[in-house]
Design a protein around this ligand. Sequence first.
Ligand code: NAP
Length: 316
Amino acid sequence: MSASHQIALVTRLSDEAEAEWLTLLRAALPAETIQSLRAMSQDDRADVDIAIVANPDPKDLSDLPNLVWVHSLWAGVERLVAELPGFTPPIVRLVDPQLARNMSEAALAWTYYLFRDMPAYARHQSAREWVQEPYRSASSVTVGLLGLGELGAASAARIQAQDFNVIGWSRSPKSLPGIDCLSGDDGLEDLLSRSDIVICLLPLTPQTRGLLNATTLGRMKTGAGLINFARGPIVDTEALIKALASGQVGHAVLDVFDQEPLPAESPLWDTPGITVLPHISGPTDPETGAQVVAGNIIRFRQTGELPESVNLTRGY
Ligand code: NAP
């Protein structure tokens, strides 16, 4: 490898979090020189051909004149794409089977939370009421996945394996074993009207921003549950609050918000029927994530081939 190739780690993480990533990445890529951008001289920066990033400051990337491509440590690259208008080097996002396992575990866990009426039992307990909700079997419950990509498809399969009836919606038509796969506007309407629990795992794009609004929430089954593990702006917050108040939506589990951390003054914290989670549904596993990034970089050094990169026209 030419000594003139360096890899920059460019993040807005704490020094400690960067140090942990550097240790893992250096162990996985012993032939590479990897440094935090914070520690790089101007000469070092001119040698950088690959940047490994986590929510980088766009200014920092424009300080790397010979950058060839960027590898994100996160699966979602919405913020990166939005903040780098006109950015030309390809962006590769993290596609890690471990992340898909983590997300599908959360999708199943919060499906059970809604399916076994845990929000209702918490309410009954605080009112000191002995109330038994009617039992329904998993096979009588339909779970609809919005998004059938890396995370949506893994979640659909995991939930389906627990006997739920699973349907899914994606931009292009798909075929997944045991899952009724829908697409297009009619497909969205069909999914919303059939699902007892809707799980959103779509990327945030101009097409998906505000997709779950007063009209589409109104197409959901009365009292259905909503789980948003994707990005906050896909759901119109005001419309959701109204839909919960009217009983159109029974309960919403929100892991992602328009502004994160969710501000203390947000009404979402204490709106009845909302569970607030602090963006924890699909955490990147640094150990496996570093291995995936290393594999992609080693392949690039050996063959010159890049992994599939984000399609900036499509937005994901
Ligand atoms: P992905 O592999 O790119 O899959 C995206 C899916 O959404 C695909 O099935 C795609 O359809 C579908 N889609 C995109 N635009 C659509 C549209 N306009 N109409 C219908 N379907 C559309 O993404 P992923 O890896 O599964 O990740 C999904 C999202 O999860 C990320 O973008 C990120 O926002 C979020 N995420 C959240 C966390 C967390 O901790 N909360 C962690 C990681 C990721 P096609 O199959 O036809 O392309």
